[in-house]
Ligand binder design. Structure first.
Ligand code: OAS
Length: 316
């Protein structure tokens, strides 16, 4: 069977092109930087794939050769990853230059890339520690390799451990593209600015949100739908630097936060505290404390019948 593609009438097409051109002109009147260069999503995605292969040649890179050949494979992946990363950082710096009239040294993208590359050993060490934390923390895990290959928490950790140094080195859009790739892939939304200690484990993970200025200690475990958020969108509201720079919680070492807990604002959850499921928390919690919602209760027969009657009336 042949397929035909409907071509719009010439006037339909030119009307649409004109309308889009006028929308672009309006937008650019308000946002002059929008004709600048930007980092490209596809390129950043390739960088992450190549870095994952360099960090974990066998498990994430598909390398099947001899151990003596690994370094060669890793070097090839790194050359490709760092070249592409430097180009995307150049695009980002061109954007900031256009937007803020700032001037950057011509070799700044190369410097950021070099410093990032120098930290890759630490990136691998941190992801390894997160994988080990998952193995210790989840009785359902069969092996550390299963975790690295399959667990959303490990995928989010890999992306965050790459994105955070890029954010700190001055490439926040490239970093944000990486964190959004993780969000697309896992439903775990960690802002690349968040500072997270080693042995971090997010179990299941779907719906977890960790904001830009959150500080998370070592050995912290979170379950699905946990939010470490800010108290209100500051938007254009007048705000002190502290409001802007310290919006999210501090979670100290060895804390566990169960599913659905929402912790908002610059509060401190003290060392080894446990936060129960669905807790809504806007204040500090001392070390070793346990904070819970009242447990669900089974209704006695009278209360149950009254509710049934109310529901029946509502349906009528
Ligand atoms: C996670 C969160 O608090 O989001 C709110 C807003 N994006 C902010 O960073 O303040």
């Amino acid at each position: 069977m042949t397929q035909t593609t409907a071509i719009p009438a010439r006037s339909t097409l030119s009307d649409a092109v004109d309308a889009l051109s006028s929308a672009r002109r309006d937008w650019r009147g308000r946002h002059p930087a929008s004709t600048a260069r930007f980092p490209a999503r596809g390129a950043v995605e390739r960088v992450v794939e190549l870095l994952a292969a360099a960090l974990y040649p066998r498990r994430l890179g598909g390398f099947r050769g001899a151990v003596t050949e690994e370094d060669h494979f890793v070097a090839a992946k790194l050359i490709a990853a760092l070249g592409e990363l430097e180009r995307e950082i150049e695009n980002e710096l061109a954007y900031w230059q256009h937007e803020s009239q700032a001037r950057f040294d011509a070799d700044q993208a190369a410097t950021i890339t070099r410093l990032f590359a120098a930290g890759l050993g630490e990136v691998r060490r941190l992801v390894d520690s997160d994988v080990e934390a998952a193995f210790l923390g989840d009785p359902a895990a069969r092996s550390v390799d299963e975790i690295l290959l399959c667990y959303p928490g490990a995928i989010a950790s890999l992306h965050h451990r790459i994105a955070h140094p890029l954010y700190e080195l001055g490439a926040p859009i490239v970093a944000r593209l990486i964190s959004e790739l993780a969000n697309e892939r896992t439903g775990i939304d960690i802002h690349p600015g968040a500072t997270i200690g080693e042995h971090f484990f997010i179990d299941h993970g779907t719906g977890v949100v960790i904001g830009e200025t959150a500080i998370v200690g070592r050995n912290v475990r979170l379950y699905q739908h946990v939010t470490l958020g800010a108290r209100s969108p500051l938007g254009a509201a007048r705000a002190t630097p502290r409001d802007r720079l310290a919006r999210h919680p501090i979670v100290e070492d060895d804390v566990v936060v169960y599913a659905g807990a929402t912790i908002l604002g610059r509060v401190t959850i003290g060392r080894a505290a446990t936060i129960g499921g669905n807790v809504w928390l806007l204040s500090d919690v001392p070390a070793d404390a346990i904070v819970t919602q009242p447990e669900a209760q089974r209704l006695d027969r009278g209360a149950r019948d009254r509710i049934r009657e109310t529901l029946a009336e509502a349906v009528d």
